[in-house]
Design a protein around this ligand. Sequence first.
Ligand SMILES: [Fe+2]
Length: 300
Amino acid sequence: MPRELTIADPATASLDECTDALCAEGFDPRDEGSLIHAATWLRRLGNDRAFLGDLLIEELACRHRDNMPGSAYGPQVVMLVPPQGEFFIRANIWPSQDEHMVRASGGAAFVYDLPHDHNFDFLTLGYFGPGYWSDYYEVDYEQIVGWRGEPAPSLRFVERSRLAEGRILHYRAHRDVHAQHPADSLSVSLNVMHTGAGQGWMDQYRFDLDQRRVGAILSPGPTEALLKVAVGLGGDEALDLAHRFARHHPSDRLRLTAWDALAARTSVPADKDALWRMAEASGSRLVEAEARARRAELTP
Ligand SMILES: [Fe+2]
């Protein structure tokens, strides 16, 4: 269960003031003082009941200028402050089941009913509305290898609650798991997200709650796509790199991607089987389990 932070501070801060304060002090969620500092400024920002509405109206009015900070997120997320070294700030919009966009696009488009952990820490504040519902779980990340279908016996249910207005939670990386459900009516949360250089190499998982198993890795990075394209084009350097990554890259996820890229170069089942046999013995528990599954899929 994310840690509930009780921050009683009636002061109000603008987005710029909040950003300046976090830039000055940084945001290190492993440091209690830094965590409370960031949560206090998030509280102050949340006390400004007008800034987000004003910003959205301004954005709608100036849309043609396309001058808002860009992000890889969908329309559910408004990037308020782009990455500033250790953090960025965003607003999330949580529609209810009755909203047209949920009826039209389905809950999956809003990450509803997707049990997942996070490979980053973040603070969240219920800013507006009754808040999304979450079934909260915790898991022991150290026990997980990450292959699809892997049992996750440490996964345990904690509680169901919602991010009510004014509530501040600290989601802990690689520990808190949740499955979100639509808010009872349109809601908004504000996040201070922690960013770090190595974060992208730590995996984020989807879980199968009924079976208490790992569903899949949710956090592919751009390297995976680039590697697959390069190997697909078939250059010697690319093949050499893929072979080295497949056996020695520190990320098991990227090792598996390298093997997948190499396997995709042949459509002959016997050749694929031979490659996956090599992968099975390549020294990664993740690759070993996935290679076994790939070989089983080859068997008619
Ligand atoms: Fe989440």
